[in-house]
Write a protein that binds this ligand. Structure first.
Ligand code: UTP
Length: 288
């Protein structure tokens, strides 16, 4: 049973400077809701009750966001702003959320390693704190269901166009079905000719506790950081790893253009913004 989630959110967010100089990128809002709140909601909607967020220097806002704020609560209550009050109260009770610090920014592999004592001998799901998923069944739930079937590490993947494979960690292996592959090869940012498939690792993983030993044995790689893909290559020699192509759309809020597109797409789905925003967009496009 997968009961625990780990959310790495310690990264420096250098692609989003200067906004991320003092503000965690995981707190950047999609309209009015911080990115990490969507991520935690996905875990909760998938039946996860215990969440460990990996934070770092300058990330206190994340902890405060999921804590009680008595001053704000009594202000909202006093003004009769019931729905805002309910939402603020709900945040503090969403799940059992713990925090631990990654003291040095040594990469995603090192961030995940900080969860070792929290997850112990259990498998756990990893959700990147800057990536939101939109789907009918929560992507984490889909991965958990796949884990239940195969009882091994599961990598959430999406199919990317061949000309874009060089931006991702690409998997190769034996196809089990349209959605499943037994992983035997893992290439970081291959050229289109080298790529063993178009399956790209995409921000959601279920990992067995064996990953910790693999991370310990992983030398520093790209950017002088401990890369989780390098650790997965070691794990692959020892345990079965399955790639699962999930049903859903991925939004990477860590880069500026995708952030803008996501904000517009999400706003167009909200009744209060859809019409006036579409009107505004049409006017702008007409003027170009
Ligand atoms: P990114 O690969 O986007 O790295 O991290 P980054 O450092 O945050 O951002 P840039 O590239 O400088 O703009 C993916 C996720 O992993 C976390 C990040 O917080 C993000 O949610 N992460 C990354 C860590 O927790 N620790 C790290 O050392 C690196």
């Amino acid at each position: 049973m997968v009961k625990k989630a780990v959310i790495p959110a310690a990264g420096l967010g250098t692609r989003f400077l200067p906004a991320t100089k003092v503000q965690p990128k995981e707190m950047l809002p999609i309209i009015d809701t911080p990115t990490i709140q969507y991520v935690i909601q996905e875990a909760v909607d998938s039946g996860i009750e215990d969440i460990l967020v990996i934070t770092g220097k300058g990330k206190r806002a994340i902890e405060d966001h999921f804590d009680r704020n008595f001053e704000l609560e009594s202000h909202l209550e006093g003004k009769g702003k019931d729905s805002a009050y309910d939402e603020i109260r709900r945040l503090a009770d969403m799940a059992n959320i713990h925090f631990i610090r990654q003291k040095e920014m040594n990469g995603l592999g090192d961030a995940i390693r900080q969860a070792r004592w929290h997850t112990g001998s259990e498998p756990f799901v990893v959700l990147l704190g800057d990536t939101v998923m939109k789907s009918v069944i929560p992507v984490t739930q889909q991965l958990i269901d796949t884990y239940e079937q195969y009882q091994c590490s599961i990598l959430g993947v999406e199919t990317v166009p061949r000309e874009k494979v060089s931006r991702y960690g690409i998997l190769g292996g034996n196809t089990i079905s349209d959605h499943l592959m037994e992983v035997t090869d893992l290439v970081e940012k291959p050229s289109p000719e080298e790529a063993p498939s178009r399956f790209a690792i995409a921000a959601r993983y279920i990992l067995t506790p064996e990953i910790y030993k693999a991370i310990d044995e992983t030398p520093r790689g790209k950017n002088n950081e401990i890369q989780i893909t390098d650790a997965l290559k070691i794990l692959m020699q020892r345990e079965r790893i399955i790639a699962y192509k999930f049903e859903g759309k991925r939004y990477d809020l860590g880069n500026k253009l995708d952030y803008l597109k996501t904000t517009i797409e999400f706003a167009l789905e909200r009744d209060e913004f859809a019409k006036p925003l579409m009107q505004f967009l049409k006017e702008i496009v007409k003027g170009k």
